[in-house]
Design a protein around this ligand. Sequence first.
Ligand code: ZN
Length: 197
Amino acid sequence: MGKTVILDNGHGGMINNEYQTAGKRSPNWTQGILYEGMFNRWVVNRIIEKLDRLKIPYYHICPEFNDVTLETRRNRANRIYEINPDVWLLSIHANAGGGTGIEAFTTIGQTSADGLANIVLSNLETDMQDTRMRFDLADGDKDKEMNFYILKETIPPAVLVELGFMDQRIDYDRLWDENYLGRLVDSLVRSVGEIAG
Ligand SMILES: [Zn+2]
């Protein structure tokens, strides 16, 4: 397949202990508040280190700690596509709304992103067997479909993955857990490597 990943950590990070995004956080349970944009950066930063060690190429469209606007993220992704059309976008998020488990989104309708999401979700299903996979199999693949801005407005095929629910206690504990996080990252790195060919 031979596509290079464009990494996107959703929302803002921490600057001098101040979260840069409104909302988008867990309740203040035993380990404290899990800020989604902070967590998303943990995942992307760990992916980047592993890709460096494996010499697998990547792009990163929002290395800043402030909450880079969706328009800027789109512009950066599309500019990369102009230089190198053999790319796909992986947007990392954590979920809210009280469910449990992992789900991934592509735009509505059949596009090349569906096959990429299937690779990501199949590897997560194999690697995270203790975790509920929130598949939508109605259209013959595993991803869910929503026209989120970062999916619809970017030219490269794009997959948005929600790695767990910040506001559900089991998922909250898992997202803080180094071992669980390591397994999530290893699975995503595996998919990025497979798609890179
Ligand atoms: Zn998010």
